[in-house]
Design a protein around this ligand. Structure first.
Ligand SMILES: Nc1ncnc2c1ncn2[C@@H]1O[C@H](COP(=O)(O)OP(=O)(O)OP(=O)(O)O)[C@@H](O)[C@H]1O
Length: 229
């Protein structure tokens, strides 16, 4: 069997004994972590600053490779992929939401949302049509032609979430998605993530410091010193 196609039963993400140490460091950022997320599951990662949450998200999101261990996204073993294959997996099967939104400032919200579709080869008309439709759905209808600097943090994060799911990924990785929002906007962004998780059966892996955010997940994994506590 090809190293890219190993069979697992029913898991979206199957992480086994994963370890990652950054060069120049004398401890592992992630130290032998294992867990499974099933399709449609919303899993929260909690733990103090520096415990390894972002590193684990990067590994599960095909942004980095573990030193040891195995990460299966569906049937694909991410640890065995080359750079080009990892890029394809990221573009096609994973969506990312970050604390500071990471929208391109020179594009309008709808242009930001359409970007992954254009990169995947959609025509500008089709990409714009789908981006507008999803923008409406996430509550941005009247703001889609504004630039990021002209809208609120909550609206920027809604656009970032729309951009993250416009290509229908299997897995959404969210790193402190409410960490830069006031409590009202944070609650509305969380509500949106919960709604998308339920309606699209989107698997979500989300890191947070906030226990009320984690409480909305189906399950919370607590990290400390690179391991699950
Ligand atoms: N690029 C890097 N090079 C070297 N060390 C790093 C790098 N990124 C993270 N680290 C270290 O790895 C450990 C885990 O960091 P990580 O960012 O995964 O933690 P975190 O739980 O996400 O923290 P926070 O909640 O502050 O974002 C920390 O000790 C951090 O200093």
């Amino acid at each position: 069997m090809s190293p890219l196609r190993m069979s697992t039963v029913g898991s979206m993400l199957n992480v086994t004994s994963v370890t990652k140490r950054y060069s120049g460091q004398d401890t592992d950022a992630v130290a032998g972590v294992s867990f499974v997320a099933v399709p449609g599951e919303f899993v929260a990662l909690m733990g103090p600053s520096g415990c390894g949450k972002s590193t684990l998200l990067h590994l599960c999101g095909a942004m980095d490779r573990p030193d040891r261990g195995q990460i299966l996204l569906g049937d694909t073993n991410l640890a065995r992929l080359g750079d080009d294959q990892l890029t394809l997996v990221r573009r096609q099967r994973i969506g990312f939401v970050f604390q500071f939104f990471n929208l391109l400032p020179t594009l309008t919200l709808v242009e930001n949302v359409a970007l992954p579709l254009l990169l995947a080869g959609a025509s500008p008309a089709e990409a714009t049509r789908r981006a507008r439709s999803l923008g409406d759905r996430v509550g941005l209808a009247s703001r889609l032609d504004a630039y990021p600097a002209q809208v609120s943090g909550g609206e920027m994060q809604r656009a970032a979430i729309a951009r993250a799911i416009v290509h229908s990924p299997a897995l959404l990785i969210a790193d402190e998605p409410t960490g830069n929002l006031d409590s009202g906007n944070g609650a509305r962004v969380l509500e949106l993530l919960v709604e998308l998780n339920a309606s699209l059966r989107l698997t979500i892996l989300l890191a947070t410091h906030a226990s009320d955010i984690a409480a909305a997940a189906h399950r919370t994994l607590h990290m400390r010193d690179g391991q699950f506590a």
